[in-house]
Design a protein around this ligand. Sequence first.
Ligand SMILES: NC(=O)c1ccc[n+]([C@@H]2O[C@H](COP(=O)([O-])OP(=O)(O)OC[C@H]3O[C@@H](n4cnc5c(N)ncnc54)[C@H](OP(=O)(O)O)[C@@H]3O)[C@@H](O)[C@H]2O)c1
Length: 405
Amino acid sequence: MTALSLVAAAERTLPPVTLCLRAVTPDQARDGAGLVYRHRREGRSVAVQVAGGGDALARLVQACRDIGLAPSPELTLRLLDGPADLSLSPLGPLPGHGGPLRVALAGCGVVGGGVLPRLLDRPDIALVGVLVRDPAKARTPGPAPELVVTDPAALLAREPDVVIDTLSDATVSLSLIRAALLRGVHVVSASKQAVATDFDGLAGLAAATGATLRFSSAVGGGVPMLETVRQARAVGPVRRIEAVLNGTVNFLLNRLSEGVPFDLALAEAQAAGLAEADPTADLSGRDAAAKLFLLARAAFGPGATGPERVEALGEGFRPSGQPVRQLAVADCAGVRITLSPVGDDPLFADLADAGNAIRVTLADGRTLSQTGLGAGRRPTAESVWADLGDLLASRVGAGAGGDEL
Ligand SMILES: NC(=O)c1ccc[n+]([C@@H]2O[C@H](COP(=O)([O-])OP(=O)(O)OC[C@H]3O[C@@H](n4cnc5c(N)ncnc54)[C@H](OP(=O)(O)O)[C@@H]3O)[C@@H](O)[C@H]2O)c1
């Protein structure tokens, strides 16, 4: 059996890329890291030359770490001596779009609040509305008051070209996505529950109206899991997916294995912002189940179903002395979420608290894998942003690898 890294397999179709990035300011470093992210999620190796003085390299390294990218053999960062040839890194206007792109943002919390400054920074984007539940809530950054609406219909009435859905209420998300697609409005959604609840219905609507729905951040936050599955499928048939998809449960399993009592570990996860006040969706496995369904559909097509077995994490869990993970698996034996020992498997055994990871095994035994930050404002917002860029690039025929956003 041959094990290939993601990059080694992907290089069969996508050549490595060299970028030259200016990182004089934190915003330039953030945008540069975003460009690196988009290439990495396509499976390319990236070499970056960084221009902008002595601190530029540190600035870019930090911006990459913030979204879960770390220097590695697949990502090399080097300070540039001498003048920068920025022609290597096109960061120009949106591809071929006549006039500003009208974007509506639904939700302005952890994820939406991370996307908002990116939207406001771009002269070629017109932010037409921001949907929230409580318009009086203090937000940093906050949208201008005239942009704020509390009714999804009012958001769509502002005639966006694209809706970015970062709502926490999956029912409202689902009806907003449906209404947008029905009008031919493109959608980028972070909501796994909304997309998984009516996957076929949404796909049918999008096909009927010519709109596009993207939802990379809904699975794995900043880890490009759906892209990894698609890259695997481009190489050959998929035999198996194994993944850790829930950072909260991963954090709890790490603490429980250190002997911390369940209640204290949960309180720590909540204090760290990793677990919600009501952690039921994480602990029951419902969160991971929706993500696994989306991965299984990407890997195996319309025949794939959601998990038939979902093991919950509860107070009765007793650590066994070896690393246990909430493992999401889809293969010919079925689709399931279990709390399973992972031995010394290097991908899963040492997975840090909020870490997510995926391994895709092809029918011929080769594997592709990815690991990174499965949640959090910066990584998740970067994934939403990359979806918006890919959506625009594909809409104007520049291909999903367009670099313009
Ligand atoms: N947080 C992460 O790291 C992460 C990672 C991957 C995917 N996601 C997904 O991203 C989505 C957003 O998560 P989040 O962590 O950003 O949630 P959040 O911080 O709770 O923010 C949710 C936003 O949705 C708004 N909202 C909720 N219900 C609404 C309603 N009925 N009408 C209008 N606005 C409503 C809230 O308005 P108010 O501000 O007025 O309350 C808030 O702005 C979820 O689907 C989540 O599963 C999150």
